[in-house]
Design a protein. Sequence first.
Length: 193
Amino acid sequence: MKEIVFATNNENKLQEIRNILSDGFIVLGLSDIGFNTDIPETGTTLQQNASIKSTTIYKQYNINCFSDDTGLEVEALGNKPGVFSARYAGINSTYDENVDKLLQELKGVENRVAAFSTVISLFLNGKEYFFEGRISGTITHKRHGERGFGYDPVFLPDGYNVTFAQMLPELKNKISHRALATKKLVFFLQNEV
Ligand code: ITT
């Protein structure tokens, strides 16, 4: 099995990627390689932030690695929170606080159209590659479901009548933004490595 580092401090994301990439790859997290520093996401796009994370790890350890940056884009809010999804309600805000703020901002707003977007940056043998995944949906009026993380309780993917947080992880991991981007990554790795 080949080893690859997923440059994330988010345990939920690491678990999701491990499930999606379980065939043929051992996915190490940052704690597995002894990297415990927070990498500041100073970019203005998902692509820049994904690149900042994987570049930091590649430069320090010279190993194959990838990172993802994900944002929730809400049409009625001019595609916010986008790159600011993790700190929508302020620096160090919790998932609950971010969801509360989103529901507050959308109070009385009819247009609930939104999309999750993920960009993966991969460093493989010193070269950088990007992969994208996107899923459209709507923001519900209140939370539904206990599974998942982040904005999952209020995101209703198009074509389903349950939120990401109501789905079994197996289903979310098949259809999500991260799953779509990761499928492209896997296809690439299986053909390149
Ligand atoms: P790393 O940068 O360490 O990877 P992070 O938590 O900062 O972890 P992102 O910048 O990619 O992750 O994601 C920003 C926020 O978007 C995240 O904190 C969640 O609130 C939300 N998010 C990301 N992926 C999600 C998903 O699959 N479902 C629901 N919310 C998600």
